[in-house]
Design a protein around this ligand. Structure first.
Ligand SMILES: Nc1nc2c(ncn2[C@@H]2O[C@H](COP(=O)(O)OP(=O)(O)OP(=O)(O)O)[C@@H](O)[C@H]2O)c(=O)[nH]1
Length: 403
């Protein structure tokens, strides 16, 4: 009996101790953290400007737009119920306008911005007496339109000579002379095709360089459309990791025409993104890989290091077929300075002049070709998706002199 009583007492004591431990451990458990009141969004870094120094890579985890819940007004989904997944409509793939004759289509825009130059020259040339003062005014008109000193002198000398030989002259003859002389300066012998078809194996690789804000990312996106319009498949490489929104912007351009964009973390290594883009282009058998880069001009060494590295890393897989320098036509002489710096850093093979719709200084086409010895291959004539046109000297000069 005593043994039974002893066993019961031990059992009660043991149960009491165990119960106390469980309650104690429950009490010690930390409370779960309160749910955050608002989404923890990292503030986007300020946009850089020309002259800003590169920041150290910002590779802290950032939530993508897909991961951020948007408030929808509902009180939330009851526990246990499967979440309602709303299917987003697939992005509609656009069919870009054909590239042939784009400059002719956009000629009105070009005439509107450049007409003052042609009109001014023709008015001066129609004066009864073409004395020294008039020729000086012709020179000034050309210089004001950013044609550049040496090309201006060549044009004036050529015209002077031909007008003298001609004797009497009709407006039509004058227009013809001016057209020929301008065409000579713009150059009709350059090969202006954007090289995207390598002789050996696909894909063609195009690197797009230029100072931020010149329209580089927009041009890369528009160029993807030009290529898609010509029946080519494109992969985009968002190697401009400096500006926060550049990769998103490029990706949006790509999605519109069904081109995939290879991108990395903001502030990541541009060379490795460029490498991955070319690798993907090869793997999926794409026709062309377009690589958008960042262009800070703070120090030439920094720029040289970055672009040089992108080029070297890409060329581990295949040589670059084209290096396009994007210049903003509205920046005039400043554009020439940029051209010089970039040309020292990389071998530019073609120039894209953007925003020609917004300046009367179309003479920059002539000046920049002289400066670099490479042709203008594309011109931007507006913010519309298909407002990038292959450059055609005849159509350009005709727009200039109002034909
Ligand atoms: N009017 C006009 N605007 C243009 C043209 N090309 C580009 N733009 C505008 O120029 C602005 C700058 O273009 P972006 O492509 O963002 O410039 P970016 O050089 O890539 O700048 P980062 O991405 O900072 O390197 C945008 O508002 C474009 O729409 C053009 O041919 N005409």
């Amino acid at each position: 009996m005593e043994t039974v009583i002893l066993a019961v007492v031990i059992a009660v004591v043991v149960l009491g101790v165990l119960g106390g431990l469980v309650v104690g451990s429950r009490r010690k458990k930390p409370l779960p953290p309160p749910p955050p009141a608002a989404p923890d969004i990292t503030a986007p870094p300020a946009e850089p400007h020309i002259g800003d120094e590169a920041e150290t890579p910002r590779d802290e985890p950032r939530r993508t737009i897909e991961e951020v819940d948007l408030p929808d007004g509902s009180t939330g989904v009851a526990v246990g119920e499967p979440p309602v997944v709303e299917e987003l409509p697939p992005t509609e793939i656009e069919v870009p306008e054909p590239t042939a004759g784009r400059l002719v289509r956009l000629r009105a825009r070009l005439s509107r911005s450049q007409n003052a130059l042609g009109k001014g020259l023709l008015t001066l040339l129609s004066r009864e007496h073409l004395d020294d003062d008039t020729w000086e005014e012709i020179e000034d008109t050309l210089l004001t339109a950013d044609v550049g000193v040496a090309p201006t002198q060549e044009l004036v000398e050529g015209l002077r000579e031909r007008v003298k030989v001609l004797g009497t002259r009709t407006p039509e003859e004058l227009r013809g002379l001016l057209r020929e002389e301008l065409l000579k300066l713009v150059g009709t012998d350059f090969d202006r095709t954007v090289k995207t078809e390598p002789e050996t194996s696909k894909p063609g690789i195009v690197m797009v360089v230029g100072v931020n804000g010149t329209g580089k990312t927009t041009t890369t996106g528009k160029l993807a459309r030009v290529l898609v319009a010509d029946g080519r498949s494109v992969v985009l490489g968002a190697a401009d990791t400096f500006r926060a929104a550049a990769a998103d912007q490029l990706q949006t351009w790509g999605e519109r025409v069904g081109a995939h964009t290879v991108r990395g973390p903001e502030g990541g290594d541009p060379a490795s993104i460029a490498f991955d883009a070319v690798k993907e282009g090869k793997e999926i058998g794409a026709d062309v890989v377009l690589i958008d880069t960042a262009g800070r001009l703070h120090t030439k060494t920094g720029l040289m290091d970055e672009l040089g590295k992108v080029k070297r890393v890409v060329e581990k897989q295949a040589p670059l077929d084209e290096v396009l320098l994007v210049l903003d036509a509205t920046t005039g002489q400043n554009g020439l300075v940029q051209a010089r710096v970039f040309a020292e850093v990389v071998d530019i093979t073609g120039i894209v002049l953007t925003k020609l719709d917004g300046t009367a200084k179309g003479g920059i086409v002539i000046a920049v070709q002289r400066e670099l010895g490479v042709p203008v291959k594309l011109v931007g004539l507006g913010e519309g998706a298909d407002d990038l046109a292959p450059f055609e000297p005849e159509a350009f000069v005709d727009a200039l002199i109002g034909e």
